[in-house]
Every structure is written in structure tokens, then in C-alpha cells.
Design a protein around this ligand. Structure first.
Ligand SMILES: Cc1ncc(COP(=O)(O)O)c(C=O)c1O
Length: 399
């Protein structure tokens, strides 16, 4: 019970510790983004705010590498983007093929089922990429597949899927390619038009370097045709992209009150991305990931994803036998202010997941984490050659 003369905790200011967020997201945010979010509010139909919206759409098209007209941020996190993509395209009775090699593709299949679609799953082992041949074989089995869905960067395993190849398969059989780029957009190449992706969504809190809360989404011409020819209304009013588009484009018809400050933040985050340049940004993510991988391997740790399909933005690593998952993560958090993530689903307790996304893909984070692991792991009964991890990372960074 609270004594009468003591201020309850909820009336005290909250000052979060300055963590290094190297988990699966959110990742740290550029101070320019946080500053932009403190700007005075404008009304959601104010002409000055409409300029901000137009800038955001233009920059999202550059980042998605698309000319798609319907490109905008959904109000909500990455899962809202996933839901928006599926509820707008699917109607009850449609057929969907989903490639599943991790936790988030499974979420796609769950949402598609809730939309009333018949879902056919093509599994690949966790840690391995989807097999385009197996995807094509499944698509061929069903007369009218409407959508082939997949996750580009599977955050649960650190694996990259061959999106362009699977998108071509989808088109060969008259289906749309629907892709999750929550852990790739802004960190590794995402080329919507060149790859022929028809519907794609992402989230702001990972490689785009913004807080969680918006889900950029884009619909290509084939997807637009599907939107136009729907027989039933989209089951979610809030996520109905046709209604949202009329607020985000010339009509400016009120739909819901835009999260103004989040959109200021996204505008600034996208400016940061484009000032760096997409190619330079991809190279930075790749260089730092190579250094992290070299460092972890020098400590004797085994990487979970196969070589050649490893994601630079998210590294999954086996937890050595006899080492406690939670004790290591808790020591990293409490003693070093570093957050890394544990495994999800079947790999919970078996892997750690280390994010190097957006602002966080930098040498100081790689070296700080490796030196913290060099200190912690021997205390947990796992001997390491002290200094070797950091040295290997530094050599990779200098190469
Ligand atoms: C690949 C992928 N898809 C979807 C999501 C869901 O995004 P959110 O947690 O922002 O709703 C995540 C979240 O980590 C993700 O990694």
C-alpha cells in the first residue's frame, strides 16, 4: 500500500536508461527524428501538413524503389501493415500460397485465414531460405492462386528469401506477389518495381531508424486492379487502402486523424536515409554485419542462418550448450545497457538474435557487444579466447 506522504511512482518523471537496442527492433533512433517529433502540431488537413505528407510519400517511393501511386504509411506497427496488405487484397474463398521459414510468415498465414482465404503452406526449415521450386510446385497444384506471400527478411531466423525469383513465379501463374520487408527496408536492397512485387509493407522501427508506430505500404498496378474489382468491402474500415488513399492524395478526404508527430518523425527519418544514400546505407549494414559475424565466430559461436542467405540486419546465433539464455541477456542489459533478443517459437532458448539496423549498424556497437560477451560468457561457464572476437571484428572492418 502507498503511504499517504509518499509520491506515487506514476507521478514521478520517467527517464528511460540509454540502452543500445541491438535486439530484433525497435532499434535506436537518430536524434534528428526525435527532435522532429517535438515540433508543434498542425491540423491533419493543414496545407503545411499536407506538404509533409507529400514529402513522405515521395521519399517512401524512393526507398521502396517504386513509382507506385498508392504508397503511404499505415497508422500502426508492422503487423498493421501486414494486416492492411492482406485484408485489402483478399476476399473470402481466395487461394493463397505462403512460404513459411519463420515466425512472421506464419503470422501472414494466420491473417490470410482470418480473411476467409484458403491458405496453402510451403515450409522450409528455419535457418534456410524458401525454395522457389517448391513454391512453384505448390502454386501449380491449385487452379486459381490469387497471392503468393513471403517475408523478405525473416527476423526470427536471420534469413533472406529470394523475393525476385518467387515474384516471377507468382506472375507466371497469374498471382500477385505480397512481401513483408519489415526487417529489410532501408537496410538491404528492396527493389519493388525491378523485382515485380505487387504489395509490400514494412515498419518504421527497424532499418528506417524511427520509433515504432507507422507501417509504410505500397500497392502496384496489378494490386490496384484487384482493389478496383473487389466484390466485397474490405473487412477492416480502418485499414481500407482505397479510403486511406483519398486522404493521402488529391481528395484529402478525412479518414482518421493522422498521427501527426509520427509522420514528422518519419519524414526526418527518410531524409536521414536519403542523405546517406541507399547504396551507402546497404554497404554500411553489410560491412558491420560481416564484422559481427567474424567476431562471433572467433568466439567459437555458431551462426544460425546458412552462409550466403544471412541477413546483415539481423544475426541469429546458437546459444552454446550449458549457457543460460536469460542470464546472458539479463547481464547484457543490466551491466552493459545492451539489449539483444532471444529466439521465438521453436528456437526460443536456442538462439540469440542480434540486430544491426539503421542507426545501430555501426562499428562501436559491434565492438561493444563483442567485448561485453567476452566478459560475460566465461562467467557463465563458456570459455572464450579473450580479445579474439573484438580483434576479428576490427580486422573485418579494416579490410
Ligand atoms: C518480419 C516481420 N514482420 C512483421 C513484424 C511485426 O511488426 P510489429 O511488431 O511492428 O507489429 C515484425 C516484427 O518484428 C517482423 O520482424
Amino acid at each position: 500500500m502507498q503511504s499517504n506522504n509518499k509520491t506515487p511512482r506514476y507521478l514521478e518523471e520517467f527517464h528511460p536508461p540509454a540502452r543500445i537496442l541491438m535486439g530484433a527492433g525497435p532499434s535506436n533512433v537518430n536524434p534528428r527524428v526525435l527532435h522532429a517529433m517535438t515540433a508543434p502540431l498542425l491540423g491533419h488537413l493543414d496545407p503545411d501538413f499536407i506538404r509533409v505528407m507529400d514529402d513522405v510519400r515521395e521519399m517512401l517511393r524512393i526507398v521502396f524503389q517504386t513509382t507506385n501511386v498508392t504508397t503511404l504509411p499505415i497508422s500502426g506497427t508492422g503487423s498493421a501493415g501486414m494486416e492492411a496488405a492482406l485484408v485489402n487484397i483478399l476476399e473470402p474463398g481466395d487461394t493463397v500460397v505462403v512460404g513459411i521459414n519463420g515466425y512472421f510468415a506464419d503470422r501472414i498465414s494466420q491473417i490470410a485465414t482470418r480473411c476467409g482465404a484458403t491458405v496453402h503452406i510451403v515450409n522450409a526449415p528455419w535457418g534456410h531460405p524458401l525454395d522457389p521450386k517448391a513454391m512453384e510446385a505448390e502454386v501449380k497444384k491449385h487452379p486459381k492462386v490469387k497471392v503468393v506471400a513471403m517475408v523478405h527478411a525473416e527476423t526470427s531466423t536471420g534469413v533472406q528469401n529470394p523475393v525476385a525469383e518467387i515474384a516471377q513465379i507468382a506472375h507466371r501463374h497469374g498471382a500477385l506477389a505480397l512481401v513483408d520487408t519489415v526487417t529489410s527496408l532501408g537496410g538491404i536492397e528492396v527493389a519493388i518495381d525491378r523485382w515485380g512485387v505487387d504489395v509490400c509493407y514494412s515498419g518504421t522501427q527497424k532499418c528506417l531508424g524511427c520509433p515504432p508506430g507507422l507501417a509504410p505500404i505500397t500497392f502496384g498496378p496489378r494490386a490496384e486492379e484487384v482493389l478496383k474489382s473487389r466484390k466485397t468491402p474490405v473487412q477492416s474500415w480502418y485499414l481500407d487502402v482505397t479510403l486511406l488513399r483519398s486522404y493521402w492524395s488529391e481528395n484529402r478526404a478525412y479518414h482518421h486523424t493522422a498521427p501527426i508527430s509520427m509522420i514528422y518523425g518519419l519524414r526526418e527519418g527518410l531524409r536521414v536515409v536519403l542523405e546517406e544514400g541507399l547504396e551507402a546505407r546497404f554497404q554500411r549494414h553489410s560491412r558491420n554485419a560481416q564484422a559481427l559475424w567474424a567476431g562471433l565466430e572467433a568466439l567459437g559461436l555458431r551462426l544460425f542462418a546458412q552462409e550466403g542467405v544471412r541477413l546483415p540486419t539481423l544475426t541469429a546465433v546458437h546459444i552454446p550448450d550449458g549457457v543460460s539464455d536469460t542470464q546472458v541477456r539479463s547481464a547484457l542489459l543490466r551491466q552493459y545497457n545492451i539489449e539483444i533478443a532471444g529466439g521465438l517459437g521453436p528456437v526460443a532458448g536456442k538462439i540469440w538474435r542480434i540486430g544491426l539496423m539503421g542507426e545501430n549498424a555501426k562499428p562501436s556497437n559491434v565492438v561493444t557487444l563483442l567485448s561485453a560477451l567476452e566478459e560475460i560468457l566465461p562467467k557463465m561457464g563458456y570459455e572464450v579466447a579473450k580479445g579474439e572476437g573484438v580483434a576479428a571484428a576490427q580486422r573485418a572492418l579494416a579490410a
